[in-house]
Design a protein around this ligand. Structure first.
Ligand code: UDP
Length: 379
């Protein structure tokens, strides 16, 4: 049966689901999706907690955001979005601050009352004590942006927990994801479009994969069925590249996450969807409270679901975050060259496949580009 497909997609996250949707509906061809987990949606999967009826994101809070009109228009064919606007808070030494660091965070942390135009001069005093001409790593880059005291409070402990490494051994690029504001803006993202899918993320995947041209095999490991496939089938693979070649050159570094779910007897536990924890001695990085992701829904409950997030080394299980850095990058390049030799009909992509710290909108854009530039043109 597996021999009948000209296109086999590995993984049912955004990358493969979008390519499958395009092949099925635009090219009108049949595809097979092979997914190891027991559900579609990849790490964006959402479901309902039975005890409370609260919809939650099983693999951590996902906020859709983009400034890319093409991506927005495409995804809007499959969902509407609510008006949720992402704001994050961080607890440090039992006090709550705004995150990303903005003027409120600075004033509250230093117990001062700066105006926006005074921030640069104020931080200049910190930079005189410590700054780096050519920041070589995460720590130096972060100190160059906010100075040592804010870094120590809000970034260092969280980052050590998140990445399990000394921030001096992490690439500077990671901190560039995090905005720094000299005004009172509390928005985590500055994108033109953002929100949570009105019916949750999984409903998007149900629609993306609704065509009769799409067959899905859940609970199926690609490596166990690959010999049964048509040898000329195009494989679109969104798993990790080192796994694809059975780790022959060694393992790339990834972090994975553990989640601890708990229903607590409060109508509202923390007053916001995501609370980060800056202190290293608190073992989790953040607590999610998914009730707040859908302000348009009425839950009418004196209970709420909370989810504690812990980060750990992936060791071949469920990689989430590519760690990056020069050593990993060159290992990735070595793998990519080999993949082209071993699997001439294979297209690789997505956060794991490209080994890049993508957001959802990047993955959607890449999937559309892969379809339009490679698959549709028959490359
Ligand atoms: N970060 C931090 N403190 C915070 C939030 C983020 O130090 O309160 C750092 C941390 O190293 C993290 C990076 O900034 O990995 C990127 O944060 P982002 O919110 O983009 O992480 P994600 O939501 O993708 O896990």
């Amino acid at each position: 049966m597996n021999k009948n497909y000209d296109y086999v997609l590995v993984g049912a996250g955004f990358y493969c689901s979008i390519i499958a949707e395009r092949i099925a509906n635009d090219l009108g061809k049949k595809v097979l999706i092979v997914e190891k987990r027991n559900h579609i949606g990849g790490n964006c999967f959402s479901e309902t907690n039975i005890e409370t009826g609260i919809e939650f994101h099983k693999y951590g809070t996902h906020i859709f955001h983009t400034s890319n009109k093409k991506v927005w228009e495409y995804i809007s064919n499959f969902t509407t979005f609510n008006s949720y606007y992402h704001q994050v808070l961080i607890t440090y030494n039992s006090k709550v601050y705004q995150m990303p660091i903005n003027l409120e965070t600075i004033n509250s942390f230093y117990n001062i009352n700066l105006k926006p135009f005074e921030v640069d001069d104020f931080l200049e005093q910190e930079f005189k004590k410590e700054s780096y001409t050519n920041p070589k790593n995460f720590e130096e880059q972060a100190i160059n942006i906010i100075g040592r005291p804010l870094y120590d409070a809000f970034i260092k402990g969280y980052t050590i927990k998140q990445w399990g490494r000394d921030p001096k051994d992490l690439p500077a690029s990671i901190i560039k994801r995090l905005p720094f504001r000299k005004n009172y803006s509390e928005s985590y993202f500055f994108d033109t479009y953002q929100g949570i899918p009105t019916d949750g993320f999984t409903a998007i995947f149900d629609k993306l994969l609704a065509s009769n041209n799409i067959d899905i095999q859940l609970n199926t490991d690609f490596f166990e069925i690959k010999e049964q496939l048509n040898s000329s089938a195009t494989i679109i693979y969104s798993g990790s590249i080192d796994r694809l070649l059975d780790y022959r050159f060694g393992e790339l570094d990834y972090r994975t996450l553990d989640f601890e779910f708990e229903v607590v007897n409060y109508e509202d536990f923390q007053g916001t969807s995501v609370m980060n924890y800056g202190n290293q001695k608190i073992p989790y990085t953040r607590i999610h409270e998914p009730k707040h992701l859908h302000p348009e829904r009425t839950y009418n409950l004196d209970k709420t679901l909370i989810i504690k997030e812990y980060s750990k080394e992936a060791n071949r299980e469920e990689p989430y975050y590519p760690i990056g850095g020069e050593v990993n990058k060159s290992l990735y390049t070595k793998y990519l060259k080999e993949v082209k030799k071993v699997y001439p009909n294979l297209i690789i992509g997505g956060r794991l496949g490209d080994y890049k710290y993508y957001d959802m909108h990047h993955v959607i854009e890449n999937a559309l580009d892969t379809y339009n530039n490679l698959i549709k043109k028959g490359c």
